[in-house]
Design a protein around this ligand. Structure first.
Ligand code: GLC
Length: 533
């Protein structure tokens, strides 16, 4: 599954912003890469307070990206190349420019229009304090006070930016509207949806304060039990199509048992594996994460997913090049030195490790080129509300959203056509001249050719598909496991080279072997010789 962040993929009309025409031009590239599906981050009309995750109209395409007609053509053209399309649905909140919220603001306190959201009077005698102490995930209070023609009025809830008011999922209109939106895209050929912030929709009706500890399902706005009714309903809709549609959840939850509940047979099909994404480059931590992942999916019979990067996290080449290779949204840290050579070597090994595991793999655009997190974007060019709302204390996500380098030796590296007069919406590092699609194509040592080879083999080898995996004995710091058809993966996360089994043929390696030994930070796919050990 390949994640397309349209704004940064390819710009066909020269305005410095990626668009659907740019994606359509590059569908052959995606076919040759070997992906099965595209997941598009939101492509709907949006005032861009959160770069598309603030949606003003769920049934249309942002004019900067193109038209609904083009989206339908894109879906059909991709399908003709064997690639399905997953669209991003944002059910937790809408844009403050969405007609519902505009009419809520134009209506008085207590009106039916306001009931679709969380409007409340403020605390304190004159209502000048927020109704409770909940904090926005983007920094600052989760409440903003309305201004009713110059008179301070009620407050409304927004777990993200103030321009993203939260919907009230106890309201029947909210249910009906989202069910209709699902059908709208399924009827236009979408093969499924990625559900944004999927564990946040349901709130405690009493708006209880957060406390340091909770029993399962008792947090006031995360992972509440009422969510499952919503997803059961959505699953029935998805299953109602002759070719059933797929539901992919963005569910950030530390507790694997709670996560598994979303994947029961009548709920979501899959959920992103954020535990694996945040895991440090450490053999025993990764092994634990893999085991936990497989164990949580087994009872519900859902496929596991493996994710290394996305548009919200630091790109993994950079993460793996730091001293602290773990990642957490709560502690994004760009003050550490990054060894890009080491990070790249590990990222190459990581992709072979990941693609040998049973389940689906998510590739975030640009990781196949070995792009790194751009950490030095000048303050004046920063776009992410996280950066702005935390006063720069959190560097935010711009560094993973920089437009892709396609060709040439200078920015915009073919991202925009040669005649374009507008710069890309985020600046590209000049060093990316060595990471363009053009330069990597045909270079057997490039990240791109490694991804292409790995995806080709993964598709061709039934043993790398669904089915069991079993760990093989290995020295400390080494992960070794076997899949079907005698295929093995060995990843060396230790400090020095290790021996490989003698009677095994190398199918694919993430880097050169040294006298037949597997160097540090290198992984290999092997085929055991019949009768070998
Ligand atoms: C999800 C998206 C992120 C967005 C947030 C609010 O976490 O992946 O990009 O900012 O939800 O919609």
């Amino acid at each position: 599954m390949y994640q397309v962040y349209v704004r940064s993929f390819a710009d066909a009309n020269g305005d410095g912003v990626g668009d659907l025409a740019g994606v359509r031009d590059r569908l052959p590239y995606l076919r040759d890469l070997g992906v099965d599906a595209l997941w598009f981050s939101p492509w709907y009309p949006s005032p861009l307070a959160d770069w598309g995750y603030d949606i003003a109209d769920y049934r249309s395409i942002d004019p900067a990206f193109g038209t609904l007609d083009e989206a339908e053509q894109l879906i059909a053209e991709a399908r003709a190349l064997g690639i399905r399309t997953i669209v991003d649905i944002v059910p937790n909140h809408v844009s403050d420019q969405h007609p519902w919220f505009r009419s809520a603001l134009a209506s008085p306190a207590g009106s039916p229009e306001r009931e679709r959201f969380w409007f409340r009077p403020g605390a304190a005698p004159d209502g000048e304090l927020p109704p409770n102490g909940w904090q926005s995930i983007f920094g600052g209070p989760a409440w903003t006070r309305t201004d009713d023609a110059g008179v301070p009025g009620e407050w409304y809830l927004h777990l993200f930016a103030p321009e993203q008011p939260d919907l009230n999922w106890t309201h029947p209109d909210v249910w009906a509207e989202h069910e209709d939106v699902l059908r709208f895209w399924f009827d236009r050929g979408a093969a499924g949806v990625r559900i944004d912030s999927a564990a946040l929709l349901v709130k405690d009706p009493h708006l209880a304060e957060e406390t340091p500890q909770y029993g399962a399902g008792e947090h006031p706005f995360t992972d509440r039990d009422g969510l499952h009714d919503i997803y059961r309903r959505w699953r029935a809709i998805a299953d109602g199509y002759p070719e059933p549609r797929v539901l992919v959840g963005e569910v950030w939850l530390p507790d694997p048992d709670r996560l598994a509940r979303y994947l029961r047979p009548d709920e979501l099909h899959t959920a992103f594996n954020f535990d694996f994404l945040g895991c440090p480059w450490d053999a025993s931590a990764l092994r634990t994460s893999i085991d936990t992942t497989l164990a949580l999916h087994e009872p519900v019979k859902a496929p596991a997913t493996w994710v290394l990067s996305n548009h919200d996290v630091d790109r993994h080449v950079s993460r793996y090049g730091r001293d602290d290779t773990s990642f957490s949204l709560q502690a994004r840290n760009h003050s550490q030195p990054v060894d890009l050579e080491r990070g790249t070597r590990r990222a190459r090994a990581a992709v072979l490790l990941t693609m040998a595991l049973p389940g689906s793999v998510y590739v975030y655009q640009g990781e196949e080129l070995g792009l790194w997190e751009v950490e030095d974007i000048p303050a004046a060019l920063r776009q992410d509300p996280i950066w702005h709302r935390t006063g720069g204390a959190d560097p935010g996500r711009d560094g993973s959203r920089v437009p892709l380098p396609w060709s040439g030796l200078e920015p915009p590296f073919g991202f925009s056509p040669p005649a374009a007069r507008t710069e890309p919406w985020l600046p590209q590092p000049k060093e990316w001249r060595d990471l363009t699609v053009e330069i990597e194509t045909g270079d057997p040592d490039s990240m791109l050719e490694l991804y292409r080879a790995a995806l080709r083999i993964r598709r061709a080898e039934p043993g790398l598909g669904d089915g069991p995996m079993s760990w093989l004995p290995a020295t400390s710091g080494v992960l070794a496991f076997e899949r079907g058809g005698g295929l093995r993966c060995v990843a060396n996360l230790s400090d020095g080279p290790v021996d490989l089994p003698a009677a095994a043929a190398v199918v694919l390696a993430s880097g050169p072997l040294a006298d037949g030994r597997l160097p540090a930070d290198t992984a290999v796919w092997l085929r055991a010789a019949p009768g070998g050990s």
